[in-house]
Design a protein around this ligand. Structure first.
Ligand code: ADP
Ligand code: ZN
Length: 434
């Protein structure tokens, strides 16, 4: 049985890893230029693989944007004959063309290998029973984790999203030890456990949770770990970069290792687009280094994070990124203050009476814009006792004001009362735009 601790590559000394990156970057670039899309975007600027003499030269290459992917939809970034393509996935693309990704057999194997490696790094083994509650279909979290966990050798249960009672039944019947879910779903799933008179800490065999795909705070992770009585490992991915498995926490739970043998990582200032020093927050820019059918060069992710350059205690030499602070387009401005939803989440998740779901509503009236934070109470804190609720509202409003300099209106609602979204949670409703 193959193990997914790929020691020689995962602990490659940095200079050797960087040498490998340069070689693979050059291959990716010359591969990308075989597509009509990159041929047009890059060749007319005189760019080819000879432009890359060192990794510093990467900075001379133009960025690729989501708009570039949309404009080249569906086949214009393809570098191999169509008969060599075996899969496609795409982003939700509710307006206009989505960004679609095409995979060759090599690409699917490389992706599954990265997920297997990631799961192993976070402690999963072939002996685990892995339940995947991601949606299957065009969304990459379903088949991505399925193939990765199968490659690792786990009994892999394609439970799909929703249907919490069935999730719980499968978990109990098959002795699920690893569960992959978006963090916002784990709160709702826990509520169903409670309704059924069950406690996941006592009534399941769960040993590890894999969470990711949406921004969440450390406070949310701690709550999830408390609810399920096991560790929850953060993971980052995006469809344009295959899907999940781009960056994953190891058992140290101290930031996510970006698999740098397969992705080239840069953090840039989103305004100037210049590299920021290690440790400073900026926009993550990623290049695929191991993709055959559709390499993507210097992709602007809009995700904000920072590099943790210090070596990790686990011995892996791939650098880590910090928890994603949000996407640059998630930030909203209210009364002149810049706010990320996660700043509000962190405060709510520290308050014992508040459940896991909340919604930030931005609206305006005759006096101007206002911010309304709606939060569900936990079942045990649910009451109509006015003074209690008023004290709680005031406390939350004051803590949020200290963090963001704007005093919100706080609305406390019954457990389960806020709208639920299958898949990723929607945390902000900006009515000012209408
Ligand atoms: P996926 O199928 O991997 O979720 P999508 O393309 O639908 O991919 O979404 C990718 C986006 O999801 C990322 O650009 C990022 O904004 C967000 N995301 C993914 N993983 C995380 C994570 N661990 N923490 C915060 N945000 C994340
Ligand atoms: Zn590590």
């Amino acid at each position: 049985m193959k193990t997914y601790w790929q020691e020689e590559i995962e602990t490659l000394p940095r200079p050797k890893l960087e040498q490998l990156q340069l070689e693979k970057f050059r291959i990716s670039l010359s591969q990308a230029l075989k597509s009509p899309g990159y041929a047009q975007m890059y060749r007319e600027r005189g760019i080819d693989q000879n432009c890359l003499q060192s990794l510093d030269d990467v900075r001379k290459l133009p960025f690729t944007s989501k708009e570039d992917l949309r404009q080249n939809y569906p086949y214009n970034l393809l570098t191999v004959p169509k008969e060599d393509v075996v899969r496609m996935h795409c982003t939700s693309g509710t307006t206009g063309n989505p960004a679609a990704v095409l995979y060759s057999r090599h690409d699917l194997h490389s992706w599954a290998n990265l997920i297997a490696r990631s799961l192993y790094a976070a402690g999963a083994r072939a002996s685990d029973v892995f339940q995947n509650s991601s949606g299957y279909g065009l969304f990459t979290g379903g088949l991505g984790f399925q193939n990765g966990a199968e490659l690792l050798g786990c009994i892999t249960i394609p439970a799909g999203s929703g249907n919490s009672k069935r999730q719980i039944k499968l978990m109990r019947d098959f002795g699920t030890t690893c569960l992959h879910a978006v963090p916002s779903y784990l709160g709702r799933l826990h509520a169903v456990f409670c309704e059924m008179g069950l406690d996941p800490r006592r009534d399941t065999s769960l040993q590890r949770l894999f969470i990711g795909a949406e921004p969440h705070s450390e406070e949310t992770r701690l709550r999830i770990q408390e609810m399920y009585g096991c560790k929850a490992y953060n993971s980052f991915g995006m469809t344009e970069m295959n899907g999940p498995g781009v960056a994953f926490e190891c058992e140290c739970q101290a930031g996510m290792h970006v698999w740098e043998d397969c992705y080239f990582l840069e953090i840039v200032d989103p305004e100037t687009l210049e590299a920021v020093p290690d440790g400073e927050i900026g926009e993550m820019v990623l290049t695929t280094l191991d993709r055959e059918a559709m390499p993507i060069i210097r992709y602007r992710t809009h995700d904000l994070t920072r590099i943790i350059a210090e070596p990790c205690a686990c011995g892996r030499t791939a650098r880590r990124i910090d928890r994603i602070k949000g996407r640059s387009d998630d930030m909203f401005i209210i009364k002149g203050c810049n706010v990320f939803p996660i700043q509000i989440e962190r405060i709510l998740m520290k308050i014992a009476e508040i459940g896991s779901d909340y919604l930030i509503v931005l609206d305006s009236n005759a006096e101007g814009d206002y911010l309304n934070v709606q939060a569900e109470l936990k079942p045990e804190a649910f009451t109509d006792e006015y003074h209690f609720l008023e004290r709680l509202r005031k406390k939350i409003a004051a803590e949020i004001r200290d963090e963001i300099q704007v005093t919100p209106e706080v609305t406390l609602v019954a457990p389960g009362a806020l709208p639920k979204n299958e898949g990723k949670a929607i945390r902000v409703n900006d009515l000012r735009k209408n």
